[in-house]
Design a protein around this ligand. Structure first.
Ligand code: FAD
Length: 382
């Protein structure tokens, strides 16, 4: 894979940052299950909170390939922080950037780029995950104010749900049409009466990424907080998820490559039967399989990013990248842990954290099964 000089420079900058500012703390953040607010200003200084946001709104104005590179490099050392950066840039701010009004861009994107407000994006509900169009949160016209809406409902598994400054929420605005056609997006600010993040969700991995359940209880928003056309929110959402899936593929790559690096270094160091375990063919084969699968995943991921950057269709390619990269990353982390033997099963080595974090990539922004549905639907469409 040939990257431009600019992309290579970005990669080495983010890699250095991740090694010096993130890696030393990632284990503690994970163990404490604590969102690391202290790293947010540093992410902002590096431009990682406005990766796709044009410079006129205070962002870095970078392309999707750059977005994937940034997420991949962070994930090499910390899946949680990679998830934070992926979702903040791709989902919450991404929705406003693509479908918001000029006033919304002015209000939210510069604060988001500076790290003053992290962005959340709320589609999933307790009763609707893969079948996200069946969501039950409602937005109804205010009975007394024609320019206002009232939102009611509950959202589940929302990244940056409690630490975010604002949230783009998908709500049903029309129950009389096909379920995909009656949904609208709104941006709701934290502190709005009736809007609360009700509980911290304990997870297997990505433990220092904030995941919350959100409650909307008679939350009043003005029509100016509507993002995109009325009843068009779900169709817009599918476009947002296409880009988001590239970032989850990139996150998987970083976790897999990070675990592989650790396994190679451990295999050269660890001796059994008076030889480094790297001398054993069984270990060599695990390393070879990991590298082969991760490189294949990388090609799929950066192909999807390249297509997106060219303005060409990339729905199928993004799903293929996410599907393959996430499953390859889980396999790679599992093999890397195996190479570490009993030590891999302890918390002393980061490889167990990578395995726990990688599993999320098979679930978030559409499970592997949903990716297969998307790919097949595209192939079978006439
Ligand atoms: C850490 C974390 C962060 C997240 N962040 C966000 C966020 O910021 N915003 C947001 O909106 N959501 C977020 N999510 C939600 C995530 O997108 C959903 O969990 C995911 O889409 C799956 O939905 P579900 O959990 O309800 O599972 P379900 O849809 O209930 O699926 C359960 C199982 O059934 C399978 N299945 C379902 N339907 C089919 C089918 N038609 N064919 C074959 N198999 C099927 C699934 O693949 C899965 O294996 C997050 C989730 C996690 C865990």
């Amino acid at each position: 894979m040939n990257f431009s000089e600019h992309h290579e420079l970005l990669r080495s900058t983010v890699r250095d940052f991740a090694r010096s500012e993130v890696r030393p703390h990632a284990k503690a953040w994970d163990e404490q299950e604590r969102f690391p607010s202290e790293i947010i200003p540093k992410l902002a200084d590096l431009g990682l909170l406005g990766i796709r946001i044009p410079e006129e709104y205070g962002g870095s104005g970078m392309d999707i390939t750059s977005y994937a590179i940034c997420v991949e490099e962070l994930a090499r050392v910390d899946g949680s922080l990679a998830l934070t950066v992926a979702s903040h840039n791709g989902l919450g701010t991404g929705h406003i950037l693509k479908f918001g009004t000029e006033a919304q861009k002015q209000r939210y994107l510069s604060k988001a780029s500076r790290g003053e407000w992290l962005a959340a994006w709320a589609l999933t509900e307790p009763g609707s995950g893969s079948d996200s169009a069946s969501l039950r949160t409602t937005a109804t016209r205010h009975p007394a104010r024609p320019d206002a809406w009232i939102i009611n409902g509950t959202k589940m598994f929302i990244t940056q749900g409690s630490v975010g400054g604002f949230c783009v929420v998908l709500a049903r605005t029309n129950a009389d049409v096909a379920k995909q056609k009656g949904i609208t997006a709104f941006v709701v600010e934290h502190g709005t009466p009736g809007f609360s993040a009700s509980k911290h969700i304990e997870k297997l991995g990505c433990r220092s990424s904030d995941t919350a359940e959100l409650t909307f209880e008679n939350v009043e928003v003005s029509d100016e907080q509507r993002v995109g056309e009325i009843d068009h929110g779900f169709l817009d959402t599918m476009k947002i998820l296409d880009g988001g899936r590239i970032s989850i593929a990139a996150m998987a790559l970083g976790l897999g490559y990070g675990a592989l690096d650790m396994a190679i270094s451990y295999a050269k160091d660890r001796k059994q039967f008076q030889r480094p375990i790297a001398d054993f063919q069984a270990v060599q084969w695990m390393i070879a399989d990991c590298k082969t699968e991760l490189d294949a995943a990388s090609l799929l991921t950066y192909r999807a990013a390249w297509l997106a950057d060219q303005g060409r269709p990339f729905t199928k390619e993004a799903s293929m990248a996410k599907l393959f990269a996430s499953e390859a990353a889980t396999r790679a982390c599992n093999k890397a842990l195996q190479i570490h033997g009993g030590y891999g099963y302890t918390r002393e080595f980061a490889v167990e954290r990578h395995l726990r974090d990688a599993k999320l990539c098979e679930i978030g922004e559409g499970t592997s099964e949903v990716q297969r549905l998307v790919i097949a639907k595209q192939l079978l469409a006439v």
